[in-house]
Design a protein around this ligand. Structure first.
Ligand code: ZN
Length: 303
């Protein structure tokens, strides 16, 4: 048995021969992939307990993420720590998702730890205690939090309705782009670090699943975001949809396009101030995107 790089739970690693990477199946962080060189980098970095908790929390929200040294150094080590209230809301949202409907209850599972971005059982217990004190969750049975069953109260469901309409405190930037091999590095080398440098946390949907499939997960992640970064290279219908949906919600959208694809940009988009990039200008794109986000929204909370 090996242990998870972030939560230290005993887990299984499956080697992915073709990719020189391993796939981790962690009861707390969920599934992620990590390259061989990234494993060495992660171990050498001696992450703090807080950094590990933040990465574990981010991974459980960004399932099937492929960790490499670039994205690890560029933004995973700088992820922000959610506020206490935000941790409580995240855990409440997870319990809601697991229970499915008002009135049902669920058993404790190890993902309570990652969804609440808790470093240890003490922190998790404080979050659970708060959810009880505010009458949002009812915990019953057993002496310890991990023996309890959890049920969201009607008051808790109402609170969830309210926070889904109001994401002004969100620190998430949703990334809408074409996940094609030709522009895949753009995310790791420019977009994600630019969002991180501006003080926010990047969020993208699974590479393999996405490509024009709009599902409930995408809709709910956009709803939870503070803004959207949309790259129109490849002119995917999904990207147009996600940017338009975000605009309709009143979210800020930052527009990007590779220079050779600009000519095909849909007419309605051209009125927006698009950041144009090409492969030799990724570093410049990173700086310009950070500056644009900071000038429109001011610096985020990931310190
Ligand atoms: Zn883990």
């Amino acid at each position: 048995m090996e242990s998870c790089l972030f939560c230290e739970k005993e887990i299984k690693f499956a080697s992915l021969g073709s990719k020189d990477a391993s796939r981790a199946y962690c009861p707390q962080c969920g599934e992620y992939e990590v390259s061989r060189t990234a494993i060495v980098t992660i171990i050498h970095n001696h992450l703090s307990e807080r950094q590990k908790a933040n990465i574990s929390g981010w991974l459980v929200e960004n399932q099937d993420f492929e960790i490499n040294t670039t994205n690890f150094n560029n933004f995973l080590i700088n992820l922000s720590t959610p506020s206490f209230l935000n941790k409580a809301d995240k855990l409440l949202t997870y319990i809601a998702k697991q229970s499915g409907y008002a009135g049902s209850s669920i058993k404790y599972d190890p993902k309570f730890m990652s969804h609440s971005y808790s470093m240890n059982p003490f922190e998790l217990e404080a979050v659970i205690e708060y959810l009880g004190e505010t009458n949002r969750v009812l915990a019953e049975g057993g002496n310890y939090y991990f023996e309890h069953e959890y049920k969201i109260t009607p008051n808790g469901w109402i609170h969830l309705d309210q926070i889904s309409k109001n994401n002004e405190h969100s620190n998430q930037g949703f990334v809408a782009m074409w996940f094609d091999d030709s522009i895949r590095a753009l995310y790791d080398e420019a977009i994600a670090p630019a969002i991180s440098d501006a003080g926010y946390d990047p969020h993208r949907v699974d590479l393999r699943e996405h490509n024009d499939k709009i599902d409930d997960e995408i809709i709910s992640q956009i709803r939870k975001s503070k803004f959207v970064v949309a790259d129109f290279t490849g002119h995917r219908g999904g990207v147009y949809f996600e940017a338009g949906f975000a605009k309709g919600l009143g979210l800020e959208v930052f527009w990007l396009c590779r220079d050779d694809d600009l000519k095909d940009l849909h007419f309605d988009i051209r009125q927006y101030n698009c950041i144009v990039w090409n492969d030799s200008k990724k570093e410049e794109l990173r700086k310009r995107l950070t500056a644009r986000i900071e000038s429109v929204l001011s610096h985020g909370n990931n310190s």
